[in-house]
Design a protein around this ligand. Structure first.
Ligand code: HDE
Length: 705
């Protein structure tokens, strides 16, 4: 009986709504009367009940007390990590059947769409912290499959700081604001973090990722996602294949630059969240392909690293990433609190066909996520909150508890029973019941770290070797920035000691910026090689670099600087071309109001002061003598252009617009287009798709912005 109902919940391919069944829970107050929570209609919501016109408020005022009491309890504890985040609804569509590897139904039927809810987050900051801080990003996806909810709780970096879950509280205590003064917010640039990691050499690989541009995503849509741990897929025969999960962004992976990220933290702390909200709101989508690295136990034995060690990735040269489906995010939540805040991702939420490996970090996570929801969401019934409810039926003998929303009927809440006809009944494995992968285990019970986990540096070197020159510059700057903020010299020295195991040039460059000598005997960059007959990892892996990512103008935002008297025709032409290419355009002026000559219908969308250069991907300055004269007198306009130049963004000017660039110290060169020819527009749109003009970056640092 139960099985039949389950089948009916499978989503057809052309399913339009792509959402878990939240509709029944939506509360729409439109056109309704104001009542108490008991449904009593309220006649006066402006004044509390008083004894006399100017007298004290009465305890009897149950309407006031109900309202204030509810308000007093509006907040729930923020997530102990990943508190700051934003979520969206969408679907996952499978390209090809993976039946050979897994019995999970949502991975077996090509074309089937599985509804998803994804949440992206920073790790260290509290709920109100800025989006663009240097940090790992959470990348969590809940799949509402017909066989139960599956949560893929990943990050935007493929490795982690530590190898064993028992160190997680230490890591987080070290990176969170320091306990005596709660400073700094959402930043790893302080003593306790670097103290801990400098004493934890296994963190070295992850430190390179954290100091790289990966820690500063331009948009949630331009970051990769990783399941990090090795998991297992298990098929109908009970055979297992190891798997690493990847999310590959179809918009390409692109980042901010550090100066820009820091300024954004003040100018628009909601930068990433706003970007996703506005994109989905106007009907754009955020898209990733799900990639799998599939490999056998024999393959695993041949690698020169341990696949159970979460500080290691599997180079794509050893196991290619197979793209098996696509996730499309297309709808904003209706209520941030009800959906994004209350969504509970749990690593333990797996479905038949997906199973764990013995990665010791993963094993700890299987416990932690369920446990943390109990205090965050107030009890064991959090699965009944609309955003967390499976879309298939769920029945068991669990009863009662805080916030029980169901009304179980019948007399039995135990198994076995005869009074209730034996229901709910166990489901045989061949009919879809979950069975753990049959794995033979033996060993001594002890607290131990495997020897195969003890190579802390080879993959840090691999990552460094795989970076472009610009990316290497950024990594050196990031280490230098963070360690300069560290107050204790011995911590800086210890970090240099770690880096000396990664690469001599990296160490020397950071040491120079810190005014220290590089430790002797620093390693050169060719440490990977065949070890003990194992398959050697490559010396470099292009997939680890962001240098050659696909890109498009779609979703990018462009500022057009203008003032009254602007060349309306040039402005309209470029705007039209940008919109046609899918970019967003804002006309910025010193003041709001009409701009065009002789009443042409062009108006400023925003002012230059309220919408700074850092929130845009490119700038265009149309001519018009009067417009440029006004802009040239505005320090904000000159700063706007100079800053875009410094941040390696495409800049274009036509007519008198060129004068403004000149006055801002911006010279013609890569990505700076000054021309009156029609090609200007095409070239500008193309440059926008390329994201940044890195070749210009070093020179641009000389311009104060
Ligand atoms: Fe988490 N992590 N984590 N983590 N994590 C949480 O669960 C934890 C780790 C990740 O948008 C918490 O519901 C332990 C790795 C994401 O709601 C908590 C360990 C990866 C999110 C928790 C790790 C992650 C969390 C806090 C080491 C990438 C946010 C609130 C053993 C693969 C999900 C919550 C969301 C959240 C514990 C390490 C990703 C406390 C013990 C590795 C994306 O349960």
């Amino acid at each position: 009986m139960q099985k039949k109902t389950r089948k009916s919940t499978a989503r057809p391919t052309d399913e339009a709504s792509n959402r878990p069944d939240l509709d029944a829970f939506r509360v729409d107050d439109a056109g309704s009367e104001l009542t108490t929570n008991q449904g009593v209609r309220i006649a006066d919501d402006q004044n509390s009940l008083r004894a006399g016109e100017r007298g004290p408020t009465l305890l009897e005022d149950f309407i006031l007390r109900e309202k204030i009491t509810h308000f007093d309890h509006e907040r729930i504890p923020e997530r102990v990590v990943h508190a700051r985040g934003a979520g969206a609804h969408g679907y996952f569509e499978l390209y090809e059947s993976l039946e050979e590897h897994t019995r999970a139904r949502f991975l077996s039927e090509p074309g089937v769409r599985t509804p998803v809810f994804a949440r992206f987050s920073t790790v260290g900051g509290s709920r109100g912290s800025a989006d663009t801080v240097r940090d790992v990003r959470g990348f969590a996806v809940k799949f509402y499959t017909p066989e139960g909810n599956y949560d893929l709780v990943g990050n935007n970096m493929p490795v982690f700081f530590i190898q064993d879950a028992i160190k997680f509280p230490d890591l987080i205590h070290a990176v969170k604001p320091e306990p005596h003064n709660e400073i700094p917010q959402a930043s790893s640039a302080h003593d306790t973090f670097w103290d801990f990691v400098s004493l934890t050499p296994e963190s070295t690989h992850m430190l390179l990722w954290l100091m790289s541009d990966r820690a500063l995503p331009r948009s949630y849509s331009t970051m990769e996602g990783f399941g990090v741990h090795t998991y297992r897929l298990v098929n109908d025969q009970g055979d297992a294949t190891f798997v690493k999960f990847h999310w590959k962004p179809l918009a390409g992976a692109h980042s901010l630059v550090w100066d820009e990220a820091q300024k954004l933290a003040g100018k628009d702390a909601d930068f990433n969240r706003r970007n996703m909200w506005e994109a989905l709101d106007r009907g754009d989508t955020f898209e990733w392909e799900l990639g799998l690295q599939l490999f056998s136990e024999d393959d695993a034995d041949r690698f020169d690293f341990d696949i159970l060690d979460p500080t290691k990735l599997i180079p794509e040269e050893l196991v290619p990433v197979r793209r098996v489906g696509k996730m499309v995010l297309e709808r904003n939540p209706d209520s941030y609190f009800s959906e994004t805040e209350q969504v509970a991702f749990c690593v333990s939420h797996v479905v038949p066909g997906i199973d764990f490996s013995n990665d010791p970090l993963l094993q700890g996570r299987i416990f932690s996520y369920l446990d943390t929801q109990l205090s965050r969401l107030g009890g064991p019934n959090f699965h009944q909150i609309p955003i967390n409810r499976p879309v298939c039926p769920f029945h068991n003998n669990q009863r009662d508890g805080m916030h029980q929303m169901g009304i179980p009927v019948g007399r039995t809440s135990y198994d076995p029973n005869s009074v209730g006809g034996g229901a709910p009944k166990e489901v045989r494995v061949e009919n879809g019941g979950f069975a753990s992968y049959l794995e033979r285990l033996e060993g001594d019970k002890r607290r131990v770290r495997a020897d195969s986990f003890k190579d802390y540096y080879s993959q840090a070197t691999l990552f460094w070797n795989s970076q472009s020159d610009v990316e290497k510059d950024h990594i050196v700057s990031a280490f230098s920035f963070e360690l300069t903020k560290v107050e204790r010299p011995e911590i800086r020295e210890r970090v240099l000691g770690l880096l000396a195991n990664v690469d001599a040039t990296l160490t020397a460059r950071v040491a120079e910026n810190l005014g220290l000598d590089a430790p002797k005997g620093a390693t050169s960059s060719t440490r990977n090689g065949k070890k003990n007959g194992k398959t050697a990892s490559p010396q470099a892996s292009p997939a680890l670099s962001l240098a050659d990512q696909p890109g498009s103008p779609k979703g990018r935002s462009v500022a057009i600087l203008a003032a009254p008297g602007v060349d309306a025709k040039a402005l309209a032409t470029v705007k039209k071309a940008l919109l046609a290419a899918g970019a967003q355009v804002k006309v910025l002026a010193p003041r709001l109001g009409a701009l065009g000559r002789n009443g042409t219908a062009i108006a400023a969308d925003k002012t230059i002061v309220t919408t700074p250069s850092v929130v845009f991907d490119a700038v265009y300055v149309p001519g018009g003598a009067r417009s440029i004269e006004t802009l040239a007198q505005s320090g904000d306009a000159l700063h706007f252009v100079a800053e875009a130049y410094k941040h390696a963004k495409p800049i274009a000017a036509s007519g008198e617009g060129a004068d403004l660039l000149q006055q801002a110290g911006v010279v013609e060169g890569p990505g700076v287009l000054i021309e009156d020819a029609p090609e200007l527009v095409t070239q500008f749109v193309e440059a926008l798709g390329g994201h940044r003009i890195w070749a210009r970056e070093a020179a641009a640092q000389l311009i104060p912005a």
